[in-house]
Design a protein around this ligand. Structure first.
Ligand SMILES: C[S@@+](CC[C@H](N)C(=O)[O-])C[C@H]1O[C@@H](n2cnc3c(N)ncnc32)[C@H](O)[C@@H]1O
Length: 321
């Protein structure tokens, strides 16, 4: 059997594992990893990021590899399935998902094609990278799933004008890194929500970034266990449909002093994907503490941050009073 013929079985197995609550995590990891390796080889995915005035656009190879982040992928896929089901129960059919940053496999929507019919689910896929849109389109064709794709668009989601915004029922985008650094999630969400109806659900529903004093081992990805000495602070960013529309997603916080000299100030991300599907500390690369070097403050100081939307998106310390 050729690689293309194998892919059908592998995707089917992966999609059914995603919706199975009693699976072996080890086996699920192997299935996901094997599927990614086969798909990456099939499409010879590029490893070149793109740089825009609103941040980095992740290359197709790394975007595809997000599939292997099990808890992230499961939470987004099953949260999205819940949102689609709610729409169907409310009498909306087909449910039209606008998927910005679909990557090379349209990973977050693909498993839903095994749960819903094309009469129930339609998707517009959009990505900055031509190769991502071409691969996703080819994959859907290979699997006999092309009837689910309403439109496939290559464009920048930060500036894209939706052709029929009133037809969109759900906006989906996972174009982020932890602490909302580097990538364009904030301007993408702002652009898309400014065009669709106010009742349209956004997935993820809410992203929060709070302050945290904790021990950082390697200064990079820090999945260190939560300890009793950790000092959690309020949220600096609360990004949801309402706060984006009102431009009120950024807050000042009341500082708390560290309890150990060895603690580093970190930004801690939490994601409410949809319904009960959530990502908490260390459950994915998106929700590991993100060290912010050179920041210090005492109990009770008011700390103000600014969020830079530009080539290097992220939070910067503005003032302490
Ligand atoms: C983190 S990957 C996610 C891939 C896939 N949706 C998933 O969740 O597994 C982000 C994807 O969004 C795309 N992307 C990032 N910024 C974008 C932008 N401004 N416009 C369109 N696509 C963008 C990247 O090319 C990449 O394919």
């Amino acid at each position: 059997m050729s690689n293309r013929e194998h892919i059908k079985d592998k995707v089917e197995q992966w999609a059914s594992f995603l919706f199975n609550d009693f699976r072996s995590v080890g086996l699920f990891f192997c299935i996901s990893q094997d599927l990614y390796v086969n798909l990456a080889e099939l499409y010879s995915l590029s490893k070149n990021d793109s740089k825009t005035s609103a941040g980095v656009v992740l290359n197709p190879s790394d975007a595809g590899q997000c599939l292997t982040e099990l808890k992230r992928t499961e939470s987004f896929v099953r949260g999205l399935a819940e949102a689609v089901l709610e729409k169907l129960e409310a009498g909306c059919a087909p449910v039209h998902v606008f998927y910005a940053g679909c990557g090379p496999f349209a990973t977050l929507v693909l498993p839903l094609t095994y749960q819903f019919t094309p009469e129930q689910l339609q998707v517009t896929i959009l990505d900055y990278h031509q190769q991502a849109v071409d691969s996703a389109t080819d994959l859907f064709q290979l699997l006999g799933k092309e009837a689910y794709i309403r439109e496939a668009i290559v464009d920048d989601a930060v500036t894209h004008r939706i052709s029929n915004p009133d037809d969109v029922d759900i906006v989906l985008t996972e174009t982020l890194q932890r602490a909302l650094t580097q990538e364009c999630q904030v301007p993408i969400v702002r652009n898309l929500l400014s065009q669709v109806k106010k009742t349209v659900p956004l997935i993820p529903q809410e992203i929060r970034v709070g302050g945290l004093w904790t021990e950082v081992q390697d200064g990079h990805e820090n999945r260190a266990a939560v300890t009793a000495d950790d000092v959690e602070m309020e949220n600096i960013i609360v990004l949801n449909a309402e706060t984006v529309r009102e431009d009120s997603y950024l807050r000042s916080i009341r500082g708390r002093a560290k309890t150990r000299w060895s603690q580093t100030f970190c930004l801690q991300t939490e994601i409410d994907v949809y319904g009960d599907w959530k990502l908490r500390r260390n459950e994915s690369g998106l929700t590991c503490p993100h060290p912010m070097e050179g920041v210090n403050f005492e109990d009770g100081e008011t700390i103000t941050f600014e969020y830079e939307v530009g080539e290097h998106p992220g939070l910067r310390l503005k003032s302490k009073v």
